[in-house]
Design a protein around this ligand. Structure first.
Ligand SMILES: [Zn+2]
Ligand SMILES: [Zn+2]
Length: 390
């Protein structure tokens, strides 16, 4: 996947400028991901393509290190620093990737005498890899990280849930087993570069290597491309994996599932899967960190006289004692009945009382209330005592 970075404009993909802040990138991505999510656009392959492209762009640009590499490589590319050949994606059929891949470490390593480790070759080694057999390519490449999203119900998110996630990611073509050549045929070694993918030439004191034009840096030539993957050796495959979302995730939280990303090449470890979780609202509950919140409707009489009310929690109900003389709007705390915490235990349940005022009273109740109001006055209660300078 990485080798294709250069021909992609990730900034354009997300609709942000190349100087966008991480926050702007995140915002642009979240909006696009929501609009293009496969769940929202079932059967719309265009939206799915865009969703994948946007996810890939975000995976690179949201990672400060990857973004730096990408910017640097594109800057070099734009300035022609990679030399001619190799990168013209228009040309005829050549390698298994459909796009030239070659080792920049070789190109620059040859020119910059004594550049050694940590030089430009290393910087770009992170970006590119190749199928051929040269120095940097012996390092197995870890699979790419994959981004996806899911929406959970409020209680599911609070309590943890196992969800199936449908994901589309590139994997080796099953027809040609990734070779890119039609079954029964195989790619042949490029005679021009003897399979190395690079041509060396000398110029003055320096030796240069540059990607082979014939095989476009891949080292092999496919005469008969596999029709299923059009010679790329890669197919997009949809898989469904079951993911355990831990209890207590918050809306917008990004969960990392190690090793659940794209498979690595040549036995390298798989990448990670990042799931951005959206949590839908609940009719009764709200959340404040690990605390569960709810508003409890009560009558004026209940606040004055005190009562015990049965309220729902995430698991079952609990009796909440409203003490006599509780003020409207006061929040009562029930310890340990909130959202489960990561390390065990749970937050609290915060119950805020709110007086419900009857819109209509029958004669009986009205009379009683009038009598009560008089008695209250006689008893010396003044609701506005000390209020507004009185
Ligand atoms: Zn194929
Ligand atoms: Zn060649």
């Amino acid at each position: 996947m990485n080798r294709e970075w250069l021909e992609k404009d990730f900034y354009k993909e997300l609709g942000v400028s190349s100087s966008a802040t991480p926050d702007e990138i995140k915002k642009a991505y979240r909006k696009l991901a929501r609009d293009l999510h496969p769940d929202k656009n079932p059967g719309d392959s265009k939206a799915e393509e865009r969703f994948k492209a946007v996810s890939e762009a975000h995976a690179v640009l949201s990672d400060a290190e990857k973004r730096k590499e990408y910017d640097e490589a594109r800057r070099l590319f734009a300035s022609g620093g990679f030399g001619r050949g190799g990168f013209s994606p228009g040309g005829g059929y050549a390698g298994q990737s459909g796009f030239s891949e070659f080792n920049l470490g070789d190109i620059f390593g040859g020119a910059a005498a004594g550049a050694g480790d940590g030089g430009l070759g290393d910087l770009l080694g992170g970006l590119f890899n190749r199928g051929g057999g040269t120095r940097a390519s012996s390092r197995p490449r870890r699979g790419s990280d994959v981004e996806t999203e899911t929406t959970l119900g409020f209680r599911e998110a609070a309590q943890g849930v196992t969800v199936p996630l449908r994901m589309t990611s590139p994997s080796p073509c099953t027809t040609c087993h990734g070779s890119g050549a039609k079954p029964g045929t195989s790619p042949r070694v490029c005679p021009h570069c003897n399979g190395t993918g690079v041509i060396s030439r000398n110029q003055g004191a320096f030796g240069f290597s540059e990607p082979c034009d014939d095989c476009r840096g891949t080292g092999s030539i496919i005469d008969d491309p596999c029709s299923d993957c059009r010679g790329t050796g890669i197919q997009n495959r949809t898989r469904t994996i079951t993911v355990r979302i831990p209890p207590g995730v918050r809306d917008g939280q990004r969960i990392r599932l190690a090793g659940q990303g794209e498979a690595g090449l040549r036995g390298a470890p798989a990448g990670d899967l990042f799931v951005t979780v959206h949590v839908s609202q609940d009719k009764v509950f709200g959340r404040n960190g690990d605390d569960l919140t709810l508003v409890l409707p009560v009558s004026y009489a209940e606040l004055v006289l005190g009562t015990t009310v049965s309220v729902p929690t995430l698991d079952g109900r609990v009796g909440v004692k409203v003490p006599p003389g509780t003020a409207d709007g006061r929040t009562l705390r029930v310890r340990g009945r909130g959202v489960p915490k990561r390390g065990g235990g749970a937050g609290d349940l915060l119950v805020t009382v709110k007086v419900a005022v009857p819109q209509k009273l029958d004669d009986n109740a009205s009379d009683a209330l009038r009598r009560y109001a008089e008695a209250e006055k006689e008893g010396g209660f003044d609701p506005r005592a000390g209020w507004a300078g009185a």
